[in-house]
Ligand binder design. Sequence first.
Ligand code: UDX
Length: 447
Amino acid sequence: MALKISVIGTGYLGATHAACMAELGFEVIGLDIDQAKIDSLALGELPFHEPGLPELLRKHVASGRLRFTTNYEDVTAWADIHFIGVGTPQRADGHGADMRYVDAAVRELAQRIRGKALIVGKSTVPVGTARRLAALIESEAHPEAEISLAWNPEFLREGFAVADTMTPDRLVIGTQDDDSEAILREVYASALATNTPLIVTDFETAELVKVAANAFLATKISFINAFAEVTETVGGDITTLADAIGHDVRIGRKFLNAGVGFGGGCLPKDIRALQARVSELGLTHTMGFLAEVDEINLRRRERVVRLAKAMLSGELVGQKIAVLGVTFKPDSDDVRDSPALEIAVELFNAGAEVFVFDPKGNKNAAGRFPRLHYVDNLEAAAQNADLILLLTEWAEFKALTPEDLTPLVTHRRMIDGRNVLAKQDWKTAGWEITSMGQHYAPLDGDI
Ligand code: UDX
């Protein structure tokens, strides 16, 4: 009999997983406690931006293979496998992960399930969680229930979520029993048929794989950004340096783009949660380097603000600054922990008139910081600008040439926060252009 799948939590991870499972041929029900989100998804409308996902959602809502509910009874009475894709945000009172949504989801399921079922955790969690949840299930489950638990971390990137789910570069399953592995092999049969590497392991390794991957990526970005601090001081070209070391296959060129640093809903919170977790385990110094990784990353944002001030001769009050891009990366409308948004707000706080244009992110940014000027096209942002800041490398910003902006601005000044523009062309056209990692006259606060 075909497997019936539920997905608990319908944010980026859950909504993508649900739609992709339907695309693979399974019948799927998605659950969220947010009624508005469920109403929108049930109409085939995605409440966030993710390329390719709206099409899948509409297709399978129409076919009837994908349904949505806010009611746990609908889920437990019907599905055999329950994927947990709820959020594990940073706690309000510290750096650890807030586990209340995962715990609540598992408890709700465990109390209602009758007969055989498999719960599969996909959320990013502190190591030790699966073992703790297995005990929770044991204590909460009905005597007529036979519930197994597996951990199957998700590695999807925003902007590529559908491709990363349909054709993952690896699958990781943490399990304590052969049955769960067999069921998950059936779920992922199409990816396995194309020789996708499958790692079957214990709970702890599966949990750690996810945080280790994100910690490594964050470290790689901060590594090159630390060298950007050096070239900013002594001269040198950070992109050439990255290209040169990237040719070494042991290092690789990916994730060595110096810029305004990393943000989003995963990397920043995951490196903090990992430090918090290992400290809890008594390993106070083990992940200490991640505090540095975080610091280097946050210093990039300050650097842009100081650079802006220096380029405007020390005075931000009343200056018109155009901010191009406010999301944490292109092809996303996500502004969580976005370097671009934080920089825009700092400039505003220092007295600048900040005009923001982002192809998808204005609405979410305005929800957080309504006092910036949000405009709906590039021209309106750049009009009469004293300084332009390119902070998110959307394709349309990468393709900009001096001819596009020269007629609009008051002063030809540009900070390329993502090192994506052909600097020489801009200089030739009379622009003062500075990128990350570039030496500039000593800035306020430089030692
Ligand atoms: C990340 C992981 O890549 C993914 O595997 C995991 O499941 C979730 O977290 P995501 O948050 O979507 O995915 O973004 P990612 O593409 O990894 O970029 C993270 C941040 O790093 C962005 O702000 C990006 O602009 C920045 N970045 C990336 C750099 O500053 N330089 C780089 O070279 C690469």
